[in-house]
Structures are given as structure tokens and as C-alpha cells.
Design a protein around this ligand. Sequence first.
Ligand SMILES: [Zn+2]
Length: 165
Amino acid sequence: MLYHYVGPRSIAARSGAAVCGVPVSTPTDLLPRLSSGNVTVTFVVSAEGTLLVADRHSEHVACAGNRPVRAAGEMCFAIERGRVVVTRVSNQSTGYCPEPDSWDAVADALRAVGLEPTAGFDPRCEFRRCVACGWLNLVKHGVFECVGCRADLPDEYNAQETPGK
Ligand SMILES: [Zn+2]
């Protein structure tokens, strides 16, 4: 599954088409970011399956250069016994709103560069678009209620659909 950017257009416009995410091809690529021993980054997995990372406060759409992605979220790394390890991965990206099912793309991308995936997303985010008002919700605590208008949110993932459909 490819996820398209569904966040505010102003952010996408500001990001432009330049890919600010840096491809990771071996765990040592991450060492410059790990000067304090651990780091949290913004990541995407590109359509080609490449893991791209950027500074934590970067927008996912900028990390991906406005392109569709297989996964997006935040990733934490640390150094344990001299090796780079993944300590936490989330699918928290309000720009792409990827499903928990995007985990497989993350695990494949990590293994491809010699990093061991964690057990799964933490937090494991569920995104839903409100059918009544179009708001993109990050469902919290299993409460499927729109923060914009309090309408019930659908059971099925729909965050990639355009509003009004
Ligand atoms: Zn709503």
C-alpha cells in the first residue's frame, strides 16, 4: 500500500519536491545522529522501500519530498554494546496517516539495512477521517469519536480517502 500525503496543503507547498530525508543504507549511517547516545528521528519508507530519516521536527512530507510512501512515523535509535539498535518505532504521521498494517514495510526496510525491527509500532496509531466534517483524527484510547464535531468515526481505515467521497 502506498500512502499519499493527506495533511494541510500549506505544509506540502512549503516542503516542495526536494527530499530532505537521508537514505539509510547501513546502521553506521546513523552514527552522526547518535552523538548523545540516542536519537529520535522522523522517518518514511519510500515507494522503493528505502528508509529515509530526517531531524525529528521535520515534516514527513518534506522527508519524502512530497512523494507517496509505504510507511511514515517516528523512530528511536540507541547504541548498545557498540551497535546501533532500533528502540522504538511509531506510525505517528498526521501528514500521511499510515495504517498499523504499514509495519511490514518498516520491518522490511530495517532488515534490508541490517537493523533488527522492534516488536511493532509503539504507539500504534489509528487514523480516521470524519465522514461528517472531514477532520483527520488520530484515534486516542480507542475512542472512535471526531475531535472536530463529536460524530462517530468509521470502523474501517479511510484516512486516504478525500473528504466528501
Ligand atoms: Zn467530525
